[in-house]
Write a protein that binds this ligand. Structure first.
Ligand SMILES: [Mn+2]
Length: 425
């Protein structure tokens, strides 16, 4: 029997600059939100040190940055915090428990073939085993396995890769998987993967092969995916969509040819995130709007305490006159100012009006009709547009249409909830 502690998506060094109270936890050193993510990680190591685990598994997004167009690496504060916490953990457990970490979509310099977890392995070369996006690409390129073997356990690693983005990537990935990543029938086999969308970043075979356990990451909500597969979830709340989620890690006992014994261990001291829902209507005056919001946040009117302060989002829907909305935005900015200046136990104050229908005032409605005919079916419209260019090269035209259609589809079908403000998991 082996006993593992499965955790994921620690997103260490996650920082917020906009719509957050300008307040340090330790002056000139660390802010509250950044420290939340360090403490989430520390809590897991404390749990891990208390029991007799054989392995610790982290299924990706160890560090939050770099990500996308944010090329900044983890802060010195977070890096130092992590090293100290790990050193303490390994000393307490006599350097006996291996920690396995794979790359997620956060924490790697995509154009640089470098991952921030490489520095962890360099610090603890005998105890930490990392598997990066780069190693995965290399394994696919050379048709070789990405595994890690111990006496009784074999790990199959699947760092993040959006293989479904292109058809030929998907084919190559599947071929590599079939050739190299099939579970061993003798040893306990554990797959570790960062991904949640089947066929896009999580391959069906990872769920269908007979691994004894599949340790998944990327989904911040803890949930069972299959009898032998779990998303363990993140260790701190990241987006407002996670506001009512309990954060937890998984304690798993694995024995060959026996059912898993799964225990979810709850993490405490997770900062609360609250959402206030407000439906707007075109009759609403700015005065009534202001009164309503000030009334709704009055329950947080008490002296600021960074350890318990709430992260707050106001979510609007309904419809509003555009001219009124401009006034409302001014009011929101004013309230935000007051919230951060006065006695409110609020750490973050933001709003999302992405789903509000903003009607042009009657005087402008004639002009607004311009938008009506713009795009009926974006994909078909785009093809018409490309055809209208009468390109000589048919192959090129087809390529344009295919790529364009994919981009448009992605843009028009992506969930509204993840607006620009909220970064993806
Ligand atoms: Mn992720």
């Amino acid at each position: 029997m082996v006993k593992i502690l499965h955790f994921s998506d620690t997103h260490i060094s996650h920082r917020k600059f906009r719509n957050v109270k300008d307040s340090w936890k330790v002056h000139n050193r660390v802010t509250y939100i950044e420290d939340d993510f360090c403490l989430g990680f520390k809590q897991v190591l404390d749990i891990a040190a208390k029991s007799d685990y054989d392995y610790l598994i982290h299924s990706g997004d160890f560090f939050d940055i770099p990500v996308g167009r944010n090329f900044a690496g983890p802060t010195e504060y977070s890096r130092t915090f992590v090293l100290k916490a790990l050193k303490e953990f390994f000393e307490k457990t006599k350097f006996k428990i291996p920690l396995i970490i794979i790359d997620g979509n956060h924490g790697t310099f995509l154009t640089r073939n470098y991952s921030t977890i490489e520095f962890l392995q360099a610090a603890f070369p005998d105890n930490i085993h990392i598997f990066t996006n780069y190693q995965l690409k290399d394994a696919i390129r050379h048709n070789k396995p990405l595994t890690l073997e111990f006496d009784e356990v074999k790990f199959y690693l699947f760092p993040y890769l959006k293989f479904g983005r292109l058809e030929n990537w998907a084919k190559e990935y599947e071929k590599w998987l079939q050739n190299n990543q099939q579970p061993d029938s003798e040893k306990i086999s554990i797959a570790v993967a960062h991904g949640m969308e089947r066929g896009m970043d999580l391959h069906e075979l990872v769920l269908n092969y007979k691994y004894d356990y599949v340790a998944l990451g990327h989904d911040h909500k803890q949930r069972q995916i299959k009898k032998n597969a779990w998303q363990t979830g993140s260790t701190s709340r990241y987006t407002f969509a996670e506001r009512s989620q309990t954060k937890a890690v998984l304690d798993i006992e694995i024995e060959k040819r026996k059912d898993l014994v799964v225990k979810s261990i709850k993490l405490d001291n997770v900062r609360s995130m609250k959402q206030i829902d407000i439906t707007l209507n075109t009759e609403l005056t700015t005065t009534a709007f202001e009164r309503d919001i000030r009334e709704k946040i009055s329950e947080y009117k008490k002296s600021f305490d960074g350890d318990t302060a709430v992260r707050l989002k106001i979510k609007f829907d309904g419809a509003v006159l555009l001219s009124n909305w401009w006034g409302m935005e001014d009011i929101l900015n004013e309230i935000q100012n007051d919230v951060f200046k006065d006695e409110f136990n609020i750490l973050e104050f933001r709003w999302d009006a992405g789903e509000v229908i903003k009607r042009a005032p009657v005087s402008l409605q004639k002009g607004a009709k311009l938008y009506d005919y713009l795009i009926e079916d974006p994909v078909i419209d785009f093809e018409k547009y490309i055809r209208s260019l009468s390109l000589e090269n048919e192959k090129q035209a087809t390529q344009f249409i295919e790529i364009g259609a994919k981009i448009i589809e992605e843009a028009f079908t992506s969930p509204i909830e993840s607006s620009l403000e909220e970064e993806s998991e």
